[in-house]
Design a protein around this ligand. Structure first.
Ligand SMILES: Cc1cc2nc3c(=O)[nH]c(=O)nc-3n(C[C@H](O)[C@H](O)[C@H](O)COP(=O)(O)OP(=O)(O)OC[C@H]3O[C@@H](n4cnc5c(N)ncnc54)[C@H](O)[C@@H]3O)c2cc1C
Length: 393
């Protein structure tokens, strides 16, 4: 049995704790916050996330709070024209074996937290900000801002996009500021005009901006996110924003979608960040996971899904004695690197090519996307949504 430390108790850290403790190891999660909690509103989960959640024993609990979406709809945000829609029932479900869902973040996080609490061998510690690590050939020590030092066989850095473990391991500084600002709001569904209520993820694509909305919490609320490529140069998280600022940021938006923005309340904005893919996330007995390893823009809606996949795959590999773990961490890095890098780059490209083109490029996008049949749309996401084998061969 090994002792494993996990820096960060987000979705990735908790999922990794369950997967690794499931191999009979003792796991301590070191979370810097004073409570285990997940901030934010809605999140989309592809079928690949449900495969991972089932392997962690949390799938049914997440399904219980999830809204199963009927289609992903792409609208031209300036003309109001429906460009195309990918159905997520019928053939999609048969092909990928699981639903496409949206959940309130709490309804993903809480089942993972509950699974940690009922899993033997997991210790959950709050108020424990990790600042770095030291290691020799046999053990690794995490250093905490409190002055404490925790020693174990392995340290997993699941401490998010501004990971302290990554700062030491990769040393690539602050994340890249994307220049995209996202405004987010949640509003009660009974305030939404009936013609704008649908069991869909609807995306309105415009010149250098897009607006997305979908129902959450059993359809009681509408999650609204409006993003603008405005060249912002400084990272921002959750700054309260006046509604008039939001409305001004989306000139030319179709009146129906504009009406939704007008109904939004308590708007907050973020300036999005990501990082370039890197080849190496492992240093001896230390490895990165989730956003610490491969943070991405949210345009493919896969960051948390990738963290869940990482966790299950890593858990499968750590079915070994402590002495063999450094080699297994290298294999985890090698096996997960290409897929996650592909999603990081795809997420940027989706912004550029699908959501934000203007003028002739937008017309070309409309023509190309509207020509795709349902099975061609499903083919395009097959590698991503359909990946189900998380068992190391
Ligand atoms: C606007 C937006 C929309 C998104 N939509 C989707 C979506 O629809 N679908 C999807 O799959 N993904 C989505 N994502 C991405 C998803 O939120 C992330 O990929 C996911 O949360 C990553 O999980 P994580 O556990 O790796 O990191 P985080 O969720 O960032 O968790 C890191 C944890 O580590 C803790 N921590 C940080 N530093 C330290 C430290 N030094 N010591 C100890 N603890 C520390 C933090 O407090 C936190 O609890 C979206 C992201 C954004 C910004």
């Amino acid at each position: 049995m090994a002792q494993v430390l996990i820096a960060g108790g987000g979705v990735g850290g908790l999922a990794a704790a369950i997967a690794i403790a499931g191999r009979g190891h003792r796991v301590t999660v070191l979370e810097r916050r004073d409570v285990f909690t997940e901030l934010g509103a809605g999140i989309q989960l592809g079928p690949n996330a449900f495969y991972a959640l089932d392997r962690l024993g949390a799938g049914d609990d997440v399904r219980a709070g999830a809204q199963f979406i009927a289609e992903l709809r792409l609208m031209d945000g300036t003309t109001g024209e429906r460009i195309n829609a990918m159905p997520l029932t019928g053939a999609y479900r048969r092909r990928f074996g699981n639903p496409y869902a949206v959940v309130h973040r709490t309804d993903l996080y809480q089942p993972l937290l509950n699974a940690c609490r009922r899993t033997e061998g997991i210790e959950l510690r709050t108020g424990s900000p990790v600042t770095g690590y030291e290691q020799d050939g046999t053990r690794v020590t995490a250093t905490l801002a409190t002055g404490e030092r925790c020693t174990a066989d392995v340290l997993i850095g699941a401490d998010g996009i501004r990971s302290a473990v990554r700062r030491q391991l990769v040393g690539d500084g602050d994340p890249r500021v994307s220049g995209h600002t996202i405004y987010r709001s949640v509003l009660p569904m009974d305030e939404v005009p009936p013609e704008l209520r649908s069991n869909t993820v609807t995306l309105w694509a415009g010149p250098k901006w897009h607006v997305v909305h979908y129902p959450i919490s059993g359809g009681r609320f509408l999650n609204l996110a409006a993003t603008r490529d405005d060249g912002a140069t400084e990272a921002l998280t959750g700054r309260p924003t006046a509604k008039r600022e939001v409305l001004r940021a989306f000139p030319g938006l179709d009146p129906a979608a504009s009406r939704l923005l007008d109904l939004g309340r308590q708007w907050k904005c973020w300036v999005l960040c990501d990082r370039d893919p890197v080849d190496r996330w492992v240093d001896g007995r230390v490895a990165l996971l989730g956003d610490a390893a491969h943070p991405m823009l949210q345009y493919a809606a896969q960051g948390a899904c990738m963290a869940l996949e990482d966790a299950v795959y890593l858990g499968g590999l750590l079915d070994c004695a402590p002495a063999d773990m450094p080699a297994r961490l290298v294999r985890y890095n090698v096996d997960r690197r290409d897929r996650t890098a592909r999603v990081q780059l795809l997420s940027r490209e989706m912004g550029r090519q699908l959501y934000h083109p203007a003028g002739v490029a937008a017309k070309e996008r409309n023509a190309a996307v509207s020509a795709l049949s349902v099975s061609e749309l499903h083919d395009k996401v097959d590698w991503l949504h359909g990946a189900r084998d998380l068992t190391p061969g």
